[in-house]
Design a protein around this ligand. Structure first.
Ligand code: SF4
Length: 373
């Protein structure tokens, strides 16, 4: 059996954050939910043909965009489509996640998700400081974050988490303390802590290029990263991926599938699918969905860099099985690099697998660059 993930991209947001490079549109009027469901259904029908009998769906993840801007009915309909087309879905699925933003979350929505089978919600809070929210061009407030977290705590959902961003210009440890204290007060089980990345083409990137805004110093990012890791470890969170921390038993099964290079179906405009021997990249355009570009994946043409991106961000033991699809020459080249990283204390090698060491986690970007070189 090979675990299969399903990613459902909800390509709508209430407004566009200035740092964001995910594909999403801001509808002027109401969200065209029925059209979106219909085109996702067509996309699912077309992708079914590429599934192998040994692949079993174990996770579904509603990401975006902002999944909480669509109705609870949309999520329910989508889950029932998955059950209709993937026959073992309702028996085999172990985790169904919906990402939410505090401003579009309400108790009725969470209840309808729960009834439909959703067992995990992740809340995009990012920061509580209004000045930093403004810098990010993002909606939000401490009050809405608190209301949404209290709603999740009281919803009966056992597994819920939240995101924060660090590496924002002028952000202080006190800002980090404020958001962590809120997360701890509401007993979140999973925290994603992303360093702010400046993506070319975003408004924030342009503002910084033009000198309208300043960028944080990498030095400070590094100290904030260390600070977060220590504070989270002190209250029992394990860092299991470069940007992800979980209480025992609450690591995201869906994201682990990506990092371990397992197959997944992506639905929605701009979503990617990895259904070996094929890869699909959806057009980043709601009007052209479900058009996709297809790449043939084979031992000969696979770029090992595609697998490195996830493999070295995951911080627990991994077997060498992910490299099985590569040619002997590619595997030998990887083995040489791994031995060199082992000698420098960044990787630990075992007879059948490897693990990124704390030093490899701390210097993950150079490690990744070396493996991808
Ligand atoms: S809400 Fe999320 S997906 Fe939407 S623009 Fe902001 S960061 Fe991007």
């Amino acid at each position: 059996m090979n675990a299969l993930g399903i990613y459902i991209h909800i390509p709508f947001c209430s407004s566009k954050c200035h740092y964001c490079d995910f594909y999403s549109s801001v509808p002027g009027g109401s969200i065209p939910e029925q059209e979106t469901l219909d085109s996702m259904k067509r996309e699912l029908e077309s992708k079914i043909a590429y599934l192998q009998p040994s692949w079993v769906p174990v996770t579904a993840y509603f990401g975006g965009g902002t999944p909480s801007v669509v109705s609870g009915d949309f999520v329910r309909e989508m889950i029932s489509l998955l059950g209709f087309y993937l026959h073992s879905f309702h028996q085999s699925v172990r985790e169904i996640t919906v990402e939410a933003n505090p401003e579009s979350l309400d108790a009725a929505k969470v209840e309808s998700w729960r009834k439909a089978g959703v067992n995990r919600v992740h809340l995009g809070v990012q920061t509580l400081n209004p000045r930093l929210l403004e810098y990010l061009g993002r909606r939000g407030s401490p009050e809405s974050a608190q209301t949404a977290l209290s709603l999740l705590r009281d919803s009966g959902l056992h597994n819920y988490g939240a995101d924060l961003i660090y590496g924002i210009y002028s952000q202080t440890r006190r800002d980090l303390d404020a958001i962590l204290d809120l997360f701890f007060a509401y007993n979140v089980r999973h925290i994603s802590a992303y360093v702010l990345t400046l993506h070319e083409g975003t408004r924030l990137y342009t503002d910084i290029q033009r000198g309208i805004k300043k960028a944080a110093s990498p030095h400070r990012d590094y100290f904030h990263d260390r600070y977060l890791e220590k504070k989270l470890a002190d209250v029992g969170f394990q860092r299991y991926e470069i940007s992800n921390y979980a209480k025992p038993g609450f690591a995201s099964l869906h994201n682990i599938l990506y990092w371990k290079y397992r197959p997944y179906i992506g639905l929605g405009a701009g979503a990617h699918s990895f259904l070996p021997p094929f890869r699909f990249a959806g057009k980043k355009n709601n009007r052209r969905h479900p058009e996709t570009e297809t790449d043939f994946f084979s031992r000969e043409n696979e770029d090992p860099r595609n697998m490195h991106i996830g493999l070295y961000r995951y911080l627990n033991y991994q077997s060498f099985s992910a490299f099985r699809s590569l040619t002997p020459a590619q595997r030998n080249a990887i083995a040489v690099k791994m031995k060199s990283l082992e000698a420098r204390g960044m990787l630990e090698l075992f007879p059948h697998g490897f693990r990124v060491t704390p030093s490899g986690a701390m210097f993950n970007d150079p490690l990744l660059a070396e493996m991808m070189d």
